[in-house]
Design a protein around this ligand. Structure first.
Ligand code: HEC
Length: 100
């Protein structure tokens, strides 16, 4: 019984995070990144297939430095350094859900 409750809580937490990730994506990223097609920046699907969570989080908070490491000449992406670590995690999980 207690165990089922924990599993339910875990499930709720995971789906809330996924929801939060989608909301954050639509608020901050949608103008330049689309889910599956190239926009101003690469699609989330392409990112999910080629980058790990460390690279994704680094790019969100400090694109000027990370973009060079990822192979770009310079960065045209603004830094989002006011997001909490939970928000960063939610966004990253959302991006990674596009992996195929
Ligand atoms: C003003 C446009 C713009 C916005 C807004 C933007 N990005 Fe970007 N993003 C880019 C561009 C352009 C690149 C290509 C590399 C660079 O210029 O830094 C990029 C690159 C990335 C990469 C690495 C791409 C790779 O090669 O794997 C990630 C991850 C990323 N963005 C995530 C996000 C997330 C998450 C958000 C929202 C919080 C966001 N971006 C908002 C323009 C944007």
């Amino acid at each position: 019984m207690y165990k089922n409750f924990l599993i339910l809580l875990l499930f709720l937490h995971t789906s809330l995070l996924a929801n939060e990730g989608e909301t954050l994506f639509k608020t901050y990223c949608w103008g330049c990144h689309h889910q599956t097609s190239m926009a101003f920046g690469p699609s989330f699907q392409q990112i999910a297939n080629t980058r790990n969570s460390g690279e994704i989080i680094a790019q969100i908070v400090d694109p000027t430095n990370t973009a060079i490491t990822l192979g770009y000449e310079r960065s045209a992406m603004p830094a989002f350094n006011r997001l909490t670590s939970e928000q960063l995690q939610a966004l990253t999980s959302y991006i990674q859900s596009f992996k195929d």
